[in-house]
Design a protein around this ligand. Structure first.
Ligand code: LLP
Length: 404
């Protein structure tokens, strides 16, 4: 994804051309970026030889999922819908793990029936429910138990999950008690300890602390876990300042951990696999002049891309056609939805823009389309996958007819 002279290209395709043909708002993903990310992730953790389960919640697009499967990943799912879709995308059950604090009996039954690798339980009640359903099916089911390590991920509070005030996992005490319970069960088999302390983590310190907590608890339990599922959370560089999480360092810490325990590592990355693969292209509907700033009113809104409204996340915005101009006034990029939080970014000294120009919001591949909605009865956007000069429609814009 680069400028060639003044035009922005996604692989070999001019982005402004896509905007004109497929209309906006328009999600576009680069296949090359996707495969680069996956290969990079594998390379960084090569010495660990982990099972990498893509966190489907970050981007559940069917075709993207099947490309991710072809690139060798399994799936981390959190609902029956995600589980069905992962199976449909051809992901083998023995590469699927199921997380979440509120799996229903129907979801657990389906997961048991499909013989997925692990159901990661998050409470005593859930363990009992899995046991009950396994007994009814006369099966012994492999499970994981999610520990709440009470570790601060040092990320946004809204996406932090590993502290004791968060609803996720069980405390050390419950964890140890449940191990004793499960050991005696004929219908559940404890194979995995799982954790996930949060998302968009940019510093290795929280992971280091988390591993220390795991060591303490594994030692106390004297239990041999066949798998340790470390979750996802690896942060990416939204600001373009070379601030990604240092995966090599993380790998180093895990290798140290593995010197003490013979176990298979599972990862559940979402954002680090798809985050920077996607752009959201949008057209300027109006420019509204204010005293200190101009409002750039886009045809994309918070229903299409929720992260700025929900987490005050800052995503870079770029013009699809570059000019050598600079606006004296600041620009506030907003959507047309009737909410004040429906805004994306305020930029000073952006190039001068006109009505009908196209811009792109960057790094929207994770939790972009996944979090989109029909708020204000707006149809969900088209998604395209670009591979070299090939353009594939991987989701077709909802029609107004469908909505109405
Ligand atoms: N595993 C578990 C158990 C999770 O809860 C999550 C994310 C992941 C893996 C994947 O995390 P990742 O590698 O993508 O950071 N909507 C928010 C992020 C919510 C994350 C929820 N859990 C956002 O847009 O930042």
């Amino acid at each position: 994804m680069i400028y060639k002279k003044k035009d922005f290209f996604i692989e070999k395709v001019k982005a402004s051309k896509l905007a004109k043909i497929y209309s906006t708002p328009l999600y576009c993903y680069s296949y090359q970026k996707l495969s680069e990310n996956i290969n990079y992730f594998k390379k960084m953790f090569k010495s660990i030889d982990p099972l990498i389960c893509f966190s489907v919640k970050s981007n559940p697009n069917k075709i993207l999922l099947s490309e991710i499967r072809k690139l060798g990943l399994g799936a981390d799912v959190v609902s029956i819908g995600e589980l069905m879709r992962s199976l449909k995308a051809g992901i083998k059950p023995n590469k699927i793990v199921f997380s979440g604090v509120g799996k229903t009996s129907k979801e657990i039954s389906y997961a048991i029936q499909k013989k997925i690798l692990l159901i990661n339980a998050e409470s005593k009640s859930e363990v009992l429910e899995i046991e009950k359903l396994a007994k009814a099916k006369k099966r012994k089911v492999d499970i994981g138990l999610r520990l709440n390590p009470n570790t601060d991920a040092k990320t946004l509070s809204q996406i932090s999950t590993g502290k004791k005030e968060n609803k996720f996992g069980v405390s050390e005490k419950t964890f140890l008690n449940l191990i004793d319970y499960i050991k005696k069960s004929n219908f559940i088999n404890l194979k995995c300890l799982s954790v996930h302390i949060g998302s968009q983590i940019l510093n290795n310190k929280p992971y280091e602390k988390m591993l220390k907590v795991l060591e303490k608890i594994i030692d106390k339990s004297e239990y041999n876990f066949e798998y340790i599922d470390l979750g996802g959370g690896m942060g990416i560089d939204y600001e373009n300042k070379n601030k990604n999480l240092d995966l090599k360092k993380y790998s180093f810490h895990i290798n140290n951990f593995l010197k003490r325990y013979k176990t298979k590592i599972i990862f559940e990355p979402g954002r680090s696999i798809v985050g920077n693969t996607g752009l959201l292209i949008s057209q300027i509907i109006y420019i509204k002049e204010g005293d200190n700033k101009n409002f750039i009113i886009l045809d994309a809104a918070m229903n299409d891309f929720m992260r700025p409204a929900l987490y005050n996340a800052k995503h870079r915005i770029i013009p699809l056609i570059k000019t050598n101009t600079r606006s004296k006034k600041a620009y506030e990029f907003v959507g047309p939805i009737c909410e004040s939080t429906d805004k994306f970014l305020t930029k000073k000294k952006f190039q001068k823009l006109k009505e009908k120009d196209f811009i792109a919001i960057c790094d929207v591949g994770a939790y972009g389309m996944a979090l989109s909605s029909n708020y204000n009865l707006r149809p969900k956007a088209t998604e395209l996958l670009i591979k070299n000069s090939k353009i594939q429609i991987i989701y077709k814009r909802q029609s107004l007819k469908d909505l109405i």
